[in-house]
Design a protein around this ligand. Structure first.
Ligand SMILES: [Zn+2]
Length: 523
């Protein structure tokens, strides 16, 4: 039987004995109130505006229908000014509303994980996302198969499963070294038309021979497909991120391809003599050196390259968090959430091992970490400069690899954007409006505005004060009254298109799942 377009990676995994992730199971509570009213909230709109309130927000059939200032801080609210009653009412006095988060680099698990035992189910992933406020994800690659991912997306839209909305981006099977069923520009164009017809919203590239890549990006534009690329090292000497941005690529994922566009003393990276791309220790150690060999911040070349990207309207999705372990392995490995929320198979997958992907800690050293810290400072400067020049940066987590657990990795990305120089309001915008713009759904979601989908987060505290409060564990605080340590969380409710999820309940479900799987899968 021939493989349906968009299912090539899944077929490759299946041939290696690695199955798809287990689909989401029917959700218990998917009621969408006919009219839902959130009262007395402080609004943080996602577009960069500062907080304002008190406001009442009404939702009907999953859409925001009213957003109204109802008083003055410090004074009682006159009932006469308030929108009419809903069938569900939520008191939001002292609480903060933001748009739902958009994770633009997400994987609903990965067949890779099956190398280390029974895979965590899609429910585990979905619940962690919702519990961390993620209401939309871009599935970058659909490694469980485009058909599988489309089916999940449909069930999510119908409210049958408790999951974020899913935007499927099919993996382009024309990589240099990996899955390669496409060899010509004509075949690439036909494949793109097919995945478009099948329902993909976009395509994920890993690089391809330049003529084919250029033709494919032209075809994407004609077909209305968006695109993203992980510029793999085996393809990047022939076309860096600036080249593909000029050809119409929508977004660059991770850092690959950026430092290559900044090289000014050489035309290819200097690789260590023992480099082999498929030896992941060497691959990831060398990846920490590219920016250090390139033009530095403030140089003429640096400014030219930034301007070049800006002109194309390109978007960067750094996924800093998934490389966070590279600069402090022990810290990341010992994060506070692993014991309760990291699935045992995922945990086993994270440990150093050959094969698989992203478990390259065979002899990870102080030198590796120091190089990666220096790399981060140049890379962060580039991303921050791009934002300051008016460029778009969006939040992607890439969780499920390198000690990053779903949901937690997304919040870590918020912290790292702040470290890069983003104001907390800019971080929030990257996580909401910018993500929506990248996916082309900013008319539908990404800000709190009348007419948009009711993708809304209800926070008990202001998340701008400390993004750590968004972690499922909460953030460590000393209670002044009792002198005890507590772990408050700010996210109380995640509302996805009008369906209300309790973050605490979702976290409890995940904890139970993890505990049960520990009991059954570990000796
Ligand atoms: Zn990824």
């Amino acid at each position: 039987m021939s493989t349906s377009a968009g299912d090539e990676f899944a077929a490759m995994f299946a041939a290696a004995g690695l199955p798809q992730v287990q689909s989401g199971t029917a959700a218990q509570n998917t009621t969408r109130p006919a009219r839902l009213v959130l009262r007395g909230a402080t609004i943080i709109d996602g577009a960069g505006a500062p907080p304002w309130g008190p406001a009442d927000l009404a939702v009907e059939s999953g859409r925001i229908v009213e957003l109204k200032k109802v008083g003055t801080p410090g004074l009682p609210i006159s009932p006469a000014r308030r929108p009419e009653t809903g069938d569900v009412e939520i008191d939001c006095a002292g609480r903060f509303l933001t748009p739902g988060f958009i994770d633009v680099h997400a994987h609903i698990g990965a067949p890779f994980h099956a190398e280390n035992g029974p895979m965590p189910s899609a429910d585990y992933v979905y619940k962690l996302w919702l519990a961390h406020g993620v209401t939309t994800v871009r599935e970058t690659g659909c490694f469980n198969g485009l058909s599988w991912t489309l089916a999940e997306a449909k069930r999510s839209d119908a409210g049958e499963i408790a999951a974020p909305r899913i935007a499927p981006y099919a993996a382009f099977p024309g990589t240099n070294d990996y899955v390669k069923t496409l060899h010509t520009a004509e075949a690439a164009t036909a494949w793109l038309a097919q995945v478009r017809e099948n329902g993909a919203e976009g395509v994920k590239f890993f690089g391809a021979p330049p003529a084919m890549m250029k033709a494919a990006l032209t075809a994407c534009r004609e077909l209305g497909l968006r695109s993203c690329c992980h510029h793999a090292q085996l393809a990047v000497s022939r076309m860096n991120a600036l080249t593909t941005a000029k050809w119409g690529l929508t977004s660059t994922e991770h850092s690959y391809g950026i430092p290559e566009s900044l090289l000014d003393r050489q035309t290819v990276q200097s690789f260590p003599a023992d480099y082999d791309y498929n030896d992941e220790y060497v691959r990831f150690a060398a990846a920490g050196q590219t920016f250090l060999q390139a033009a530095q911040p403030g140089s003429c070349k640096w400014d030219q390259v930034l301007a070049g990207f800006l002109e194309t309207g390109h978007t960067f999705v750094p996924t800093f968090n998934v490389y966070d372990a590279n600069r402090d392995l022990m810290r990341t490995r010992n994060a506070d959430w692993h014991s309760r929320y990291t699935d045992p198979t995922l945990w086993s997958y994270f440990q150093p091992q050959r094969g698989g992907h992203g478990a390259y800690w065979y002899r990870w050293s102080t030198t590796n970490e120091v190089e990666w810290r220096r790399t981060f400072s140049v890379w962060m400067r580039f991303v921050n400069d791009y934002k300051n020049a008016g460029g778009r940066v969006a939040v992607g987590s890439d969780s499920g690899f390198m000690y990053q657990t779903y949901g937690f990795g997304f919040v870590r990305e918020l912290e790292l954007l702040q470290e890069a120089g983003f104001d907390p309001l800019e971080v929030l915008r990257a996580a909401t409006l910018s993500g929506a713009e990248l996916l082309g759904i900013d008319g539908e979601t990404g800000t709190l505005e009348v007419g948009k989908r009711a993708d809304i987060l209800v926070h008990d505290r202001n998340p701008l004060l400390d993004f750590k409060l968004l972690y499922g564990t909460g953030a460590m605080r000393l209670d002044g009254a009792t002198n005890d340590v507590s772990w408050p969380r700010c996210l109380a409710l995640t509302i996805k298109e009008g369906i209300v999820y309790d973050a605490g309940v979702l976290l409890g479900d995940v904890e139970e799942m993890v505990a049960a799987r520990r009991g059954s899968t570990q000796p």
